[in-house]
Design a protein around this ligand. Structure first.
Ligand SMILES: Cc1cc2nc3c(=O)[nH]c(=O)nc-3n(C[C@H](O)[C@H](O)[C@H](O)COP(=O)(O)OP(=O)(O)OC[C@H]3O[C@@H](n4cnc5c(N)ncnc54)[C@H](O)[C@@H]3O)c2cc1C
Length: 418
């Protein structure tokens, strides 16, 4: 696909540039491999695992199926595809990675982790890759890239409105050669898994500094004294993505060398981390929407009511048609944003990242909701993945920033253009 596109600042500059979404040969190669991997291994594993979800609060072991999937994915070179760096990752651009993340998004609970491309590990790996010291990389990045351990990210706090990071209260206080981390976090995705060995915690190092210099990010091993996983936090009863945890940091002492970049750089790192992480969520959301549409069509073609196939009812055709163009619109916006990140960087794409972060999950939710409706009662129980998909996508309207905050970002950029 080739398009003529205005640049990000078209209104002012009226420069027209060539925007190319053609799938490269290496992206096509990975797409074919990934599709075969999904068909042969991931869908069968999904069916096997479904009935064995742990109870909320129990520490989670990786299932034997997931461990096996990881081995197969790795042996086939379907590993760390998200990382643009070709020393550690596959060296793909965001435009090249988009269709791959979309394919993984069809089975969002398994395929991303099987290929070592799942949040929050990807964002955490990028942080350590981009900002870590050689020692931090050796100690934490290498085992994460190898898939030997997992990680979590502790920013959100139960006590304050965390969509505004200026409210964060967790403290990171210098004490000789160490820092002391004290505070309560929740929604630390993945922290319920036994494999989650390291947290990147964001907290206040200098309460008197201007807001953007007040925060830092520090590496806290999950087995450090004082780290207390208080409980698992289920989502609509599901334990998704390795379980979300509430974690109390009881005066946890870590060496000063665990600080990521410099004290005061936390806000800057958070902005850098969330760009690629958000677009990956959106790419996977498109995959969820495509899967829901395919299921909606299958069901509508095979079920008869009032003397005809459900697919022959006008209202159902309207949902199918709308799903098609809503998904295609959202995909184009995601690709456009991927292209902007590739060509102009995260910063230039900030408005567009916020826009897709609202559009993609809402598009997926709209389609999944219609697919549920077409399945009747079956759509809301766990006989199909639709209920879990809806729950998963619904959380994306909050995780990595609520819709309203992203809407504010887009609006402010637009208003500020004049
Ligand atoms: C499934 C899931 C996974 C998550 N994973 C992680 C993770 O791994 N690590 C982590 O640190 N956090 C994680 N989060 C937390 C997530 O980032 C926060 O929930 C989110 O940033 C919102 O913060 P809050 O919950 O404190 O809501 P609040 O800040 O209290 O906001 C509540 C509501 O206020 C409204 N609001 C806020 N600001 C505005 C505004 N400017 N204009 C209009 N309305 C506004 C919005 O409707 C918003 O939803 C996860 C959340 C979920 C649900």
């Amino acid at each position: 696909m080739n398009f003529l596109s205005p640049t990000a600042d078209f209104a002012r500059l009226t420069i027209v540039v060539f925007m190319d979404f053609t799938h490269s040969a290496r992206s096509r190669k990975y797409q074919e491999q990934l599709e075969a991997f999904m068909t042969e291994h991931v869908y069968p594993a999904e069916r096997a695992i479904k009935s064995r979800d742990p109870l909320p609060g129990e520490p989670i072991e990786a299932s034997p199926e997931l461990i096996e999937l990881k081995k197969i994915a790795r042996s086939q070179g379907l590993w760390n595809l998200f990382l643009p760096d070709d020393e550690y990752g596959a060296g793909l651009t965001n435009v090249e990675y988009a269709p791959l993340a979309e394919i993984m998004g069809h089975v969002i609970e398994l395929a991303p982790e099987a290929t070592n491309c799942s949040a929050p590990d990807t964002g955490n790996m990028e942080v350590i890759h981009d900002f870590g010291t050689p020692e931090q990389k050796e100690r934490w990045l290498v085992p994460l890239l190898e898939g030997e351990i997992r990680s979590n990210f502790g920013m959100t706090e139960p006590g304050v409105a965390s969509s505004d990071p200026r409210n964060l209260q967790c403290s990171i206080t210098r004490d000789g050669d160490d820092y002391i981390v004290s505070g309560m976090k929740w929604w630390s995705t993945g922290a319920m898994t036994k494999d989650s060995k390291i947290a990147i915690v964001m907290g206040v190092t200098d309460p008197d500094a201007p807001p953007k210099a007040r925060y830092s990010m520090i590496l806290v091993p999950m087995d450090a004294e004082g780290v207390e996983v208080v409980r698992g936090v289920p989502v609509f009863g599901y334990i998704h993505r390795g379980g979300h945890a509430q974690v109390r940091y009881n005066d946890v002492r870590v060496p000063a060398s665990n600080m990521i970049a410099n004290a005061g750089d936390g806000y800057m790192i958070a902005q850098a981390r969330l760009g690629p992480g958000r677009i990956h969520h959106c790419m996977r959301a498109i995959g969820q929407a495509e899967r829901a549409l395919a299921m909606m069509i299958d069901r509508a073609k095979t079920r008869t009511a009032f003397g005809k196939r459900i697919a022959d009812q006008g209202v159902i055709q309207d949902w199918i048609a709308q799903s098609r163009w809503r998904i295609d619109q959202a995909r184009l916006l995601v690709l456009h944003t991927a292209w902007l990140i590739d060509t102009e960087g995260n910063r230039a794409a900030r408005r567009d990242i916020s826009a897709i972060k609202v559009v993609a999950p809402n598009t997926a939710l709209w389609v999944i909701d219609k697919a549920i409706q077409v399945h009747g009662g079956m759509g809301v129980c766990d006989d199909t993945p639709l209920a879990s998909m809806w729950a998963n996508m619904r959380t994306l309207r909050l995780a990595d920033g609520p819709d309203e905050v992203h809407t504010m970002v887009v609006a402010r950029r637009e208003i500020g253009r004049d």
